[in-house]
Design a protein around this ligand. Sequence first.
Ligand SMILES: *[C@@H]1O[C@H](CO)[C@@H](O)[C@H](O)[C@H]1NC(C)=O
Ligand SMILES: *[C@@H]1O[C@H](CO)[C@@H](O)[C@H](O)[C@H]1NC(C)=O
Ligand SMILES: *[C@@H]1O[C@H](CO)[C@@H](O)[C@H](O)[C@H]1NC(C)=O
Ligand SMILES: *[C@@H]1O[C@H](CO)[C@@H](O)[C@H](O)[C@H]1NC(C)=O
Ligand SMILES: *[C@@H]1O[C@H](CO)[C@@H](O)[C@H](O)[C@H]1NC(C)=O
Ligand SMILES: *[C@@H]1O[C@H](CO)[C@@H](O)[C@H](O)[C@H]1NC(C)=O
Ligand SMILES: *[C@@H]1O[C@H](CO)[C@@H](O)[C@H](O)[C@H]1NC(C)=O
Ligand SMILES: *[C@@H]1O[C@H](CO)[C@@H](O)[C@H](O)[C@H]1NC(C)=O
Ligand SMILES: CC(=O)N[C@H]1CO[C@H](CO)[C@@H](O)[C@@H]1O
Length: 411
Amino acid sequence: MRNQNWKTIAAAALNFLVAGTSAQTGALTDLGTLLAGQTNLTTFYNLIQKYPQILLELPSLNGVTILAPNNNAFNKIPYTELNVAFQNNNEGVITNVLEYHILQGSRTAAQLIPGAPVFIPTLLNNATYSNVTGGQYVENVKQAGNSVVFVSGKGSRSSVVQSDLKFNGGVIQVIDSLLIPPANLTDTANSFNLTSFEGALYAANKIQNFTDASDVTIFAPENSAFQALGPAISNMTVQELSSIMDYHFIPSGEIFSPNFSNGTTFTTQNGAKITVRTSGNNVYINSAQLLTADILLANGVLHVIDNVLNPAESSVAPDPQVANQAPEFPSASAVENLPFTSALPCTVSCPVPSTASGTATGTASSKATTSVKASGLSTSSSSGIGAAKARETGFGAAGLMVALGGAVMMI
Ligand SMILES: *[C@@H]1O[C@H](CO)[C@@H](O)[C@H](O)[C@H]1NC(C)=O
Ligand SMILES: *[C@@H]1O[C@H](CO)[C@@H](O)[C@H](O)[C@H]1NC(C)=O
Ligand SMILES: *[C@@H]1O[C@H](CO)[C@@H](O)[C@H](O)[C@H]1NC(C)=O
Ligand SMILES: *[C@@H]1O[C@H](CO)[C@@H](O)[C@H](O)[C@H]1NC(C)=O
Ligand SMILES: *[C@@H]1O[C@H](CO)[C@@H](O)[C@H](O)[C@H]1NC(C)=O
Ligand SMILES: *[C@@H]1O[C@H](CO)[C@@H](O)[C@H](O)[C@H]1NC(C)=O
Ligand SMILES: *[C@@H]1O[C@H](CO)[C@@H](O)[C@H](O)[C@H]1NC(C)=O
Ligand SMILES: *[C@@H]1O[C@H](CO)[C@@H](O)[C@H](O)[C@H]1NC(C)=O
Ligand SMILES: CC(=O)N[C@H]1CO[C@H](CO)[C@@H](O)[C@@H]1O
């Protein structure tokens, strides 16, 4: 019944919203009236009217924050994929993107503490973009000069151009560009040039495991960290490399930078622990310096570090006086070529299979630059492992509620 009628019900809800019939109760205006009165939000308002089912997901408790991209934001949608989706009125993608713009809880810019990022769950629950418990996150931070920014997938930044427009049930923040739903590990690694890290995951047969698990924290060493090791890592067996990669993976939840306080330890998938140390503004994971924190992934969060972590050297501490910490592998011997690139799947100028049957993997590489011992080997260590982790939907378990114009409709 709910499925059959939701469009009708949603349309009715929107009429209700536009009419604002119950707005007499409070001093605040209702959402529909507020949106209708904003000349710079007409595209967003039209989308909401076109896909009113989004409004059926509004949580009834603690209010909501709506990040409303202004008209100009819709004229400069980044990424071909999103552009195409909006041009083609791809309802699935558009509703996912809109859901990502609705935050749980009423969050004013005024209450943000400068320099202290917060990670706020949204209504986005589609596992393609959000294999995290309780709704995909967006980062919110107030920077020097009091500018308020939301950071979404691939490090995309949206600035607040009009803050704290209050309505009965929540608050609107007007932003200058669309939030980008977080991408999977490989797409994100490509955006941040984490070539050797990604190659090493393929070589260790770990890529699917890291990509498919939910609620993860991943530490990704930059390319130069792998170059500094050379054969000390590229000559490892698959098993050895797997164990190293697992030391960069925390399977038990998103750990964002505010949780990196001095002396904290976290248990990795390898079994060994990593230790966080701070010195001034620098943060270290063991002796590796944190370079780029809090890159949102579809399935968690990724942090870029400047050294490959070694579980056999888990007690190594940084020397904060030194800009570049020594490699954690004693036999490190620097190379110029990027290790593990030959393990990456081919994306350009790929050899065409000579038979119609093709290959099962599609990961043949046209390059043969480095001698990657691990890449050719194959073990079953990472295959078929499916974590049976229960996912919470966060909303809707007790029926859909619509909180509009100060009233709550139970559907
Ligand atoms: C609305 O957009 C115009 C330009 O299109 C801009 O000049 C104006 O400041 C905007 N208004 C607000 C309230 O942001
Ligand atoms: C989730 O998103 C993907 C990619 O846009 C889409 O193909 C799929 O239909 C969506 N699933 C749901 C349940 O909306
Ligand atoms: C990540 O997503 C892209 C599509 O955006 C897909 O082509 C790729 O196979 C995915 N990566 C993995 C490891 O599943
Ligand atoms: C990745 O590398 C390319 C080419 O060297 C460079 O233009 C780009 O800025 C780099 N991106 C990041 C996020 O480091
Ligand atoms: C989400 O995570 C679960 C494990 O918790 C996994 O089984 C599932 O395949 C993942 N979904 C996607 C779309 O990656
Ligand atoms: C690494 O492997 C290559 C080729 O198998 C070999 O020539 C080289 O000596 C090895 N280097 C080390 C440090 O083991
Ligand atoms: C992160 O810090 C918050 C606040 O101190 C705490 O409640 C939470 O449990 C921490 N999360 C992890 C994974 O340590
Ligand atoms: C971090 O902890 C270590 C060991 O307890 C201590 O020596 C150091 O002074 C602490 N650093 C900061 C910035 O508090
Ligand atoms: C082989 C392997 O490493 N499997 C792991 C995949 O990831 C999950 C965590 O989500 C682990 O529980 C598995 O052990």
